[in-house]
Design a protein around this ligand. Sequence first.
Ligand code: ADP
Ligand code: ZN
Length: 602
Amino acid sequence: MKNSIQFGLFILTFSVLLLIGYNIYLREITPPEQKYTDLLHELENKRILSVHFKGGWATTKDEYGRTYRTYVPDLQTLIPQLISKNITLSAEPDQEAGTAAFMKYVLLAMLVFGGWLLFSNRSGKKLPFAENTRSKRFSPVTTDTVTFEDVEGIAEAKLELQEIVQFLKNPEKYREIGARIPRGVLLQGSPGTGKTLLAKAIAGEADVAFFSLGGSDFVEMFVGVGASRVRELFDEAKHSAPCIIFIDEIDAIGGRRSGGTSSGASDEREQTLNALLVAMDGFSSGETIIVVAATNRPEILDPALLRPGRFDRQITIPVPDVKGRIKILAVHTQKIRMAPDVDLPSLARSIPGFSGAEIANLVNEAALMAARHDKNLVEMADFEEAKDKIIMGLERKSVVVSEQDRRVTAYHEAGHAIVGMILPDTDPIHKITIIPRGRAMGMTQQLPLDDRNTYSLEYLLARIKTLMGGRVAEALVFHRLTTGASNDILVATQIAQKIVCEWGMSETMGPIAYGPQENRQAPLSELSEQTSQAIDREIQHIITECYEETTAILTKHNKFLHKFAEALLLNETLDAEEADIVYRHYVREREMERKLSGVRSE
Ligand code: ADP
Ligand code: ZN
């Protein structure tokens, strides 16, 4: 790929060095110049012993052995004078020595050739002979050995990508049925979560060519280079279809376009982005090429990239949870010789927040530690040592969540989940996690409230209580308030607001539309100061009541709260089924206790 550049550079340097050397040599053998009058003067004083003529130049040698070069304007008059003075004369034709002249031309040719080789490649043009020697800038990487089995802990993403693999393997089937084939897939997730690996695995599974390019490769100093590279890449890919084009860090070129005045750098970026869009739009439906791009900042991407026909499939690659980490550890420890004392599940539990790349690094570091200690098996102690080393590095980057924060988050999320599970009239819990994501420390997923459905007052109040569950649990267990509940409180307040002002569900305020908070208006007249205050009091009343009821629920089911929080701390993520297992376990225990206390009181 880089051969012709290197070759050009080599030729250029080589010929420049030769040229310099040749010139030094010439200077060495060329005597200094002197004026014609000085020559005549020397002649007068009879100091000259011999003269050598070449092309109008006379090289004189005097009695001290010094030689000079002089240009002679009138050979006709000078030569008889020299002869009369018995000076030895010699001459040669006016031509550079054959080899020297030849050398010069060869050098010049080499110089030009080397320069051309170098610069024609920079600007992205193809060299006439590059086709034969196959020295292409973009050539596919072999990925036969990478399969989905190498990528662990992201089962959902793999499932979604399975379809892409099927399509690459058998495009005709899809075309015949008239299905629109995806053009681009955007993988979004933190660094090291396996996006590149996953893209390679798609190619490996489907057994197609894999081209890759980093977003920052595009953005060079020379305007137009990035754009021509994109064209070149897509050109190359078309010859090798079916194939995958992988663009890492697409945000480097795919950031929102400014639209207004712009600097050189962003000009270049925009040109590159436009070239990419043109290239993607320019696929004919007969070409089986899928563009996979990766980013950890999807929010800054230009919306044009996400339009249908471009990167319309977006797949989130999460940081693995504890089960995922066990599997990733298993994949990477296959390559090393492990002592039987290594306990992967407990190791996985001790590295919350580690990405796939960090786990791969951990395994490698542990192997290095073992080798350093002259062991022939990697022991648990080596893993511990390697882990401490890596975590220390991570803490400096403050990626690691402190144990206390994890506990608070676990109780907070458990609070939401338990209230949601205990109260009737709630949506089923979908998933609870304490893996931080973006600014959120954890998350309890329920179906979102939407405006299309109708909801009962009971449902809405249960919703507010579920939202309060996080804050209440924190207050009950830690006797401390944190800012972690700010969004919950905002959403709860908005619901209470709507209950009173939009949905007319408040007994005291009656079925009246007071309008949204921003511009509360009575249907007929401006709201009086009094009404406005009454509304605020009513909203406050709803929230306070819900808060108190939530406190009662969590106090009563206090054991469930602890059980659930412990389960979260251990597993990090619980799905609906697992949450239900914890619940049933709790219910059984409570019944047992009741029976036992019944026996005792009898
Ligand atoms: P990204 O492209 O998301 O930054 P990479 O795919 O480059 O991450 O991951 C770097 C390395 O980390 C991979 O080559 C692999 O060894 C390891 N790795 C990352 N994620 C996983 C995973 N989910 N399963 C197995 N190994 C992984
Ligand atoms: Zn919350």
